[in-house]
Write a protein that binds this ligand. Sequence first.
Ligand code: CO
Ligand code: CO
Length: 327
Amino acid sequence: MGPADLEDIIGSLQSCEDPAGGGGSAPVVIIGPGDDAGVTLIGDTAVVETVDVITPVVNDPFTFGAVSANNSISDVYAMGGRPLTALAIAGFSSCDYDSSVLKEILRGAVHTLCRAGAKLIGGHSFNDAELKFGLSVMGTVDRNRILRVSGASEGDVVILTKPLGVGILATALKGGKLSEEEMRPAIEWMLTLNDRASLAASRAGASACTDVTGFGLLGHAYNMARDAAVDFIIESARVPVLGNVFEMIERGMIPEGAYRNLQFNESRVSFSPGVGEDRKLMLSDPQTSGGLLITMGNEQIKAFEDSSIFYEVIGRVEKGSGNITVK
Ligand code: CO
Ligand code: CO
């Protein structure tokens, strides 16, 4: 979902009474604004809904569509659900792009949805000076195994399932400091589904889960710690990072969002003196289609150890009041 302020406004709006004649069929909201996706109970089915739209992070339209679709369905996985259907949303300028570009973007999105076992069933486009693409996604989740952003508890470990740095590398690609070839590993990660990590977390009974996107690792970790009123201790040296990221930081290839995130983080994260500016920026880098950030009991990591899913234990949860310490 989008920025917290929009979610806050939605959360503050009074919802209407059950429509007259609704009988028992009115949906029951299980999770409202503030989590990765909303969940409602319709009959016996827990339905997950989310929407996300992004601007291009790569040059190739097919790849952009595939990455954007993966970014959108990721919020369903972050709830422990599986995506079923999607609607496309495209901001498109017919003066700047031929309709074949839109077709390629949609082909890419369908490719990702097929891999996830989901179907594109419609969409809407509008005129926009800047190209934008994303999906509104519907899925289902086992109502007893919903992975919320809150729920982390003292003694848990914190794990991350994709390396960081795609925002910095995408900026370097746009800035001509990185070749398409050097960008490839980042693209592969952005195309990697969070399906298996989500299933493993769900089966293991993880205490909390979210996906790392626009607020960067520390922003999303902060939301998890705050919502559960616990402290997170992050070992920055254990955080997985893509190749070339530190070199690109050194060359000034830093997205505006990373600076903005870091500005927030400086006021609410305690950084140990040994954590340099480059590491702070890496931990604040906005991710597209990032990995899952999961908290779980130490013994539950076995679900990941016994699998081929990429993951790294990056920290632990301590008793506290919503603070993050980075060592
Ligand atoms: Co989102
Ligand atoms: Co999310």
